[in-house]
Design a protein. Structure first.
Length: 379
């Protein structure tokens, strides 16, 4: 190691530029990987949260915002064979200005608070308590809402023209509940100025071993007989959509990995090949006084790996700092865009090591195979 560091110190400028090249590649890999990790975690969590039921929505909209369904439809859907229970939901924007920025969008979620049917029962509290049946003027908020509006248990949150008391703050879920303000159906209708018998969606929970895809088609026909045009989103459809999103973001990570390896490999290889040519006399002298071929090989490969690891560490540190600063800036809007995971950190060092190995093997073999007599004569 001492010999490696001494050799690098004699060519500080070249070593620094090579390390910079590796750092840039690893920086790009980690930043894009942190974005992909966030999207992967969000998509997977969303699949668990939304994929437990069939969503019945107004045929005029695809998402849960907008549209209107009569509350009377609930009984018709509940009567279908294979349906365990039907949970009515009301969704709407917390702040209409947020509609211009979907990343910072916080929303109202009016939910059925009947024990055993409330979607809050599957979520964990960070502090405070859950909403109780018959609650009025009270809300439970997600962690992103608490961060964006700087609110906690006991504070009042303005919801359109009303002030509502916060009774609980949820643990992070890394998906939509983090940005939701949960309240009773009655409170949601009031603040969103909806009719008494209206909801925006039904979450239809299915009996075990039922075919959700087939049941979703039946629900559409049942609603049509009532004169209510709807469409459904089944768990299988959610899974397909999530899989498609994950493929896109995983493709981004793979592309960044290839770029990082290429940038690092070419930079290190160029530096090490030049180093072998410049140090021919040194290599010849070492061999003449007894250095083995393996000693020369290990020294040059080790130098390539040190450059790769140092460059990787610097690139990783810069990426962690950059993503932290960006997340801190975006936190004002309740948004977390990047997540640095242990898997990503290990992958960054693995990419750097692979680049160092690939780049260092040829120069190391070339140095190890130099004939000492010819090396000394060439100088």
């Amino acid at each position: 190691m001492t010999q490696i560091l001494r050799s690098m110190s004699r060519r500080r400028g070249r070593a620094a530029l090579t390390i910079l090249g590796v750092s840039i590649g690893i920086f790009a890999f980690v930043v894009m990987g942190a974005l992909a990790e966030k999207m992967n975690i969000h998509a997977t969590s969303a699949q668990r949260y939304y994929g437990r039921c069939i969503w019945v929505l107004d045929n005029r909209v695809y998402i849960t915002f907008g549209g209107s369904l009569p509350m009377s439809l609930r009984k018709k859907l509940q009567a279908v064979d294979g349906v365990r229970y039907v949970s009515p939901r009301i969704f709407g924007p917390l702040d209409y200005a947020d509609l211009r920025n979907p990343l910072a969008l916080c929303a109202i979620a009016g939910v059925d608070l009947t024990p055993g049917h409330s979607p809050l029962e599957g979520l964990a509290l960070a502090r405070g308590r859950m909403l109780r049946r018959g609650a009025r003027g009270e809300v439970v908020i997600g962690c992103a809402v608490a961060r964006k509006y700087d609110k906690d248990v006991g504070d009042f949150l303005r919801v359109h023209r009303e002030k509502m008391r916060i009774v609980g703050v949820l643990e992070p879920t890394n998906t939509d509940p983090d940005s939701l303000v949960f309240m009773s159906l009655e409170d949601a209708r009031r603040v969103l100025a909806m009719e008494r018998d209206e909801v925006t969606a039904f979450a239809v929970y299915v009996e075990p071993n039922e075919d959700a895809e087939a049941l979703a088609e039946v629900l559409v026909h049942v609603a049509a007989r009532e004169g209510v045009p709807v469409h459904t989103i089944s768990p299988e459809e959610i899974q397909r959509n999530v899989g498609s999103a994950l493929s896109i973001f995983n493709g981004i990570v793979y592309a960044c990995t290839i770029i990082a390896v290429l940038v690092g490999t070419l930079g290190i290889a160029n530096t090490m090949v030049m180093s072998v040519s410049e140090r021919a006399r040194e290599i010849g002298t070492k061999k003449a006084i007894g250095a083995r071929t393996s000693d020369i090989f290990v020294e040059f490969l080790g130098e390539a790996l040190v450059i790769a690891v140092v460059g990787g560490a610097i690139g990783l540190a810069l990426a962690v700092l950059a993503t932290w600063l960006l997340n801190a800036r975006l936190a004002e809007g309740g948004v977390t865009l990047f997540i640095i995971t242990a898997r990503l950190v290990c992958a960054a060092f693995a990419v750097a090591l692979v680049a160092g190995c690939i780049a260092g093997i040829y120069p190391a073999l070339r140095a190890a195979r130099l004939d000492p007599v010819q090396a000394l004569r060439s100088v």
